[in-house]
Structures are given as C-alpha cells and as structure tokens.
Design a protein around this ligand. Sequence first.
Ligand code: 5RP
Length: 220
Amino acid sequence: MEAKKLAGEKAAEFIENGMKIGLGTGSTVYWTILRVGQLVKEGLQIEAIPTSKQTEALAKEHGIPLTDFSKVTQLDLTIDGADEIDEHFNLIKGGGGALLREKLVAAASKHFIVVADESKLVKTLGQFPLPVEVTPFAWEVTAQRIVSLNGNPVLRKKENQTFITDNGNYILDCHFKQISNPADLHNKLKLITGIVETGLFTNLTDMVVAGTENGARLME
Ligand code: 5RP
C-alpha cells in the first residue's frame, strides 16, 4: 500500500493552478485524489473530469470541483493507474472496469501520467488478462471472434453477477499471455463488431510514477 500511496501522491505535484485535469480510477490514483482534495482545500484552483462513477463520488467527497465534456474538450493533465506497463509505456488498463472512460479522458489530455507500484512494470504485456469492453447484445458471438485471435475470453463477474460497466456494457477478460505488438492487437480487436474498446493504451503515456516502499521513481 505504501508504494501506491507514494506514487499517487507524487503525481499530484504535477498539477498546477488553473489546470483542467482528468482523474483516473483505482487504488493508486485514490491517493492522488485525496492529495488533490487537500490541495483544493489549501486554495488550488482546478476542475476535474472523473473516469468513473466511483472516482466521481470520491472527488465529490473530497471537495474537488468537477466539470464535463460539454464544457471542456481538452484537459491539461490526466493521472491514472495501470495493470501492466511495458518498456515502451504501452499499458493494460481496465482491471477496475473503467477502461472506456479512462481512454476517452486520457486521449483528451495534453499530458498523461501513470501511477503504479513497481510490480506493474513488465517486459511484455499479457500476463494480466486484457479487459475488453463489449456490448451485452451478442457478447457470446463477440467472445468467439476473440477466441479466433487466441484471446481466451472470460466474462467478468462480480459477486456472482455479470459485471456491468458505467456505460452499461460487459467486460471480457482475455488471456493472450504474451502481447508482443499491442497496437496491432488493439487494431485487430477494434475491427470486431461488438467490441466497444480495449484496455490496451498505446502512445498515450508521457510519464510513469513508479512507487516502491521507500519512494517514487519518475520514468520518462
Ligand atoms: C481501472 C484501471 C486501474 O487504473 C487499474 O486497474 C489499476 O488499478 P490499481 O491502481 O487499483 O492497481 O484501469 O479500470
């Protein structure tokens, strides 16, 4: 927990007065959100777009002013977590099921900082099953198409019920084992009708703040 806290809090140092920011989802960015709440109480003026209902509730609880894409179409900075990060800063995201909003927010940001404990750093993506958001209608057919790409999809459940995303969709956790070309796999998956978005984030990350038990390392 200390590693996540150190990474999450360190990233908040990059937030400047007047910025419009994106707030990610998960147990690492949780610490960023708490720190932003403190800074707002001390006078920092920012507005934030949350990437999930969970983050929206947390941000409200901590007094962070919120905005949305009807008022702001570009953000200065987004801070978010990740499930795996490779040497080229390709990511697997979506462990918390928020990948679609997370990608929309990251793509609308000038800068994107990833916060994670060191265990998330890997040579090649794929040990963590890739979350893929799909429409509930015909999800079984979509899953079969993913099988033909060797993805081995498993419908995500939570407390014995099918997990539903904030957008009303399902998640298929896909076991690819080794994803040697993340951009290529993402493109192939996106051609399948029924796939809304994949948890592969390529070409988005500017910096990784990697937490250890003793500190946080900036990787650019
Ligand atoms: C949610 C995500 C999270 O950023 C990812 O799962 C990492 O979470 P944590 O910081 O709790 O390990 O992508 O959809």
